[in-house]
Write a protein that binds this ligand. Sequence first.
Ligand code: MSP
Length: 505
Amino acid sequence: MTPGRFYITTPIYYVNDKPHIGHAYTTILADCLARYHRSAGDETFFLTGLDEHGQKVQQAAQKRGLAPLDHCDDLAPRFLGLWKKLGIEFDDFIRTTQERHVAVVQKVLQQVYDAGDIYVSEYTGWYSVAEERFITETELSSGQFRDVKELKERNWFFRMGKYQQPLLEHIEKNPDFIRPVHRRNEVLGFLRQPLGDLCISRPKARMSWGIELPFDQEYVTYVWFDALLNYITAPGFGAEETRFKKWWPASIHLIGKDILTTHAVYWPTMLFAIGLPLPQMIFAHGWWLIGDTKMSKSLGNVINPLDLIDEYGVDAVRYYLMREMILGQDANFTMESFIKRYNSDLANDFGNLLNRISGLIGKNFEGCVPSPGEPTADEKDIQNAANMLNNKIHGLIRELRLDEAIEQVLQLVRKVNKYLEHKAPWKVAKTDLAYAGTILYTAGEALRVSTIHLSAVMPQKTKTVLEVLSAVGSSPAWGGLAPGVKLKSHEALFPRLDPPPPSKC
Ligand code: MSP
């Protein structure tokens, strides 16, 4: 990654339905990474948005009896509303129907056409309506595709196969280009077969909801050739060259594992054809499963993030999603695990630490942060752990190991809780008030440092804690808690939840 500059993207979501937890997950993850980088001083650009063309959207609009753009205009605010509720601080929200994007798609198509990398041909093949693409014989015989029909069509093709070798070389030379490593191997396996050319047009007679080809008015662009270009539209390709040069190539394209081929094969070959550098990293995360199946509208097992936010608060939802999924693997969403995680980490560990510290300072120091005296080995141990945390978090975030970074912070929180139990400052205060002050200062300071490290994941609750400590905007270096300041009063950060009744199935 280029030091000092961080450009992160999420996939742009199809507006064929309301946003669900899968969409929310990627967007929260991107938001957390963007917040960490911003707070580390990197200039950061965080892009998300909507994929508004193509068959799926057209069909969804038809079902509702709406014109496609009216349908998109109706759904876009639901995504924006959810992002607001989830505290997503994006820098740009792109919609592929925007004029700026249409201009880029047409410019790129013309450029690639002029360079001879787009040609017309008659094609007969198996077409998957669900996937919106022609599939190979092997894919057909896998039986994994629904809604397949044989289609004969005159279409426009992109010479993708021409870029197979340069792509292979790029992947070999850049071990971080596709991550995690098992996804990289998957793409290398895919590229062992000859890479065919890519059909990039749809006859308007069959599907009209798309961007018109500048060299053939009877056709619109295939939705992926349109959608992937959003990553260069937003930073200003073709319109604001200086800004574009500043941000491109992207640092990370965050995607789900189901859209790996389009991102790790189609997109880089398109960039080769345009003559642009490739993104620095494509990271494919796993799926949120319900039981052992993917969430899907047809199965009726979609978790609506808004319901969870209303019931448990935005930070608890962000925390659970970020802590529970090991990046790159699938994770199982259950209410049991949600409540268990909430109670153990947020109520018992983090929330309880604040309660104890503010309660004890209230009782013994009239609510004012005591001055620390000479530290003993135990205080030094806490201070060292807090200082080491700073470096650890930095490294883990750069490695995208967010769940581990969170666990490291919680380990410090647990350590401080144990330290308080062991030291029992409520007893020490009766005989040695100064040392009780040192203990509570140390615990309060470790709480402050931990809170700062959790603030990208839980922006609201951590702000509350920092307000209580009068330490908003302080740095994670040891010593930021000011002796003498009066702690603000507060409510329980994360009131304990009752465990849900055991599920019957
Ligand atoms: N429009 C395309 C992306 C174009 S990007 C240039 C698309 N949209 S989508 O709305 O169907 O899905 C967007 C993302 O949501 C994908 O990365 C997908 O993996 C993710 N998820 C959808 N369901 C999911 C889960 N159940 N769990 C985690 N993420 C999942 O594909």
